[in-house]
Design a protein around this ligand. Structure first.
Ligand SMILES: Nc1nc2c(ncn2[C@@H]2O[C@H](COP(=O)(O)OP(=O)(O)O)[C@@H](O)[C@H]2O)c(=O)[nH]1
Ligand SMILES: [Mg+2]
Length: 224
């Protein structure tokens, strides 16, 4: 695969204060004519980590959302601890599209975070070149099983994006790598799912990693 890299600049993800409006996104209904390659990316993560927000912040097409109000019926089933303000939840999937550079567009498929929907992940992952695992460092334990599920049921390479909320504790990447038991080559990036540039930077890190992994696999499979 020969993707050009996207460089949206460096620096830490800016933190949004609660109530601050997200960056507006310019919607572009049609794929630019220069795009020669499209890739499918799965966005996964525990309930409330920011999957719907990330896809909404980057998508150039009106994102497909399947949000429904959280009702009393989910009390005791979905863990809302630490999630004040979350009133809706994804019940099927999120879908969006982003042009990473003039040649490459990504189609983003967001999975529902509730455990009872995890059996859908393997199906949604079919054909995906990579998986972005969003993590909320305030509730790290919720991400352990997500990573297990990805490692055991989804063969695509993955990267971890730590979504920063205003009260997210400061952890180094080494501490997070250890806590989440990640391999040294698994990328960890910081992001703010409400901010387009930051979210694209996370997707670009995943795409770069996926290309490297697929490239190594292709070379290994090539007859000598
Ligand atoms: N401050 C802040 N809030 C966020 C961020 N990402 C998501 N949220 C909020 O967290 C809640 C859950 O996000 P959502 O995208 O629905 O999570 P999902 O369940 O993973 O799809 C929503 O109220 C979002 O507005 C972020 O980066 N910063
Ligand atoms: Mg959602």
């Amino acid at each position: 695969m020969a993707f050009a890299t996207f460089d949206p600049g460096s620096g830490p993800a800016a933190g949004y204060e609660d109530g601050e409006p997200p960056e507006p996104v310019e919607r572009i209904p049609y794929l630019p004519g220069t795009v020669a390659r499209t890739a499918k990316i799965l966005v996964v993560g525990d309930f409330g980590v920011g999957k719907t927000s990330l896809i909404g912040s980057v998508s150039e097409i009106e994102p497909l959302r399947t949000e429904e109000p959280i009702t009393q019926a989910s009390a005791g089933v979905d863990d809302l601890d630490g999630l004040t303000g979350k009133t809706t939840t994804t019940v099927a999937m999120d879908f969006g599209r982003v042009t990473l550079n003039h040649r490459t567009a990504l189609y983003l498929f967001g999975t529902p975070g509730q455990r009872r929907f995890w059996s859908m992940w393997a199906g949604l992952a079919e054909g995906a070149v990579g998986v972005l695992v969003l993590v909320d460092a305030r509730r790290l334990a919720g991400s352990f099983d997500v990573l297990d599920q990805i490692e055991s049921h989804v063969p695509a390479p993955f990267a971890v994006a730590v979504n920063h909320f205003p009260d997210t504790p400061q952890h180094t990447h080494d501490e997070l790598r250890q806590a989440l038991d990640l391999l040294p080559e698994t990328p960890i990036v910081d992001c703010n799912a409400l901010e387009r540039t930051s979210s694209i930077r996370a997707l670009a890190a995943l795409t770069g990693h996926a290309i490297a992994v697929h490239g190594r696999k292709d070379r290994k499979d090539r007859p000598r």
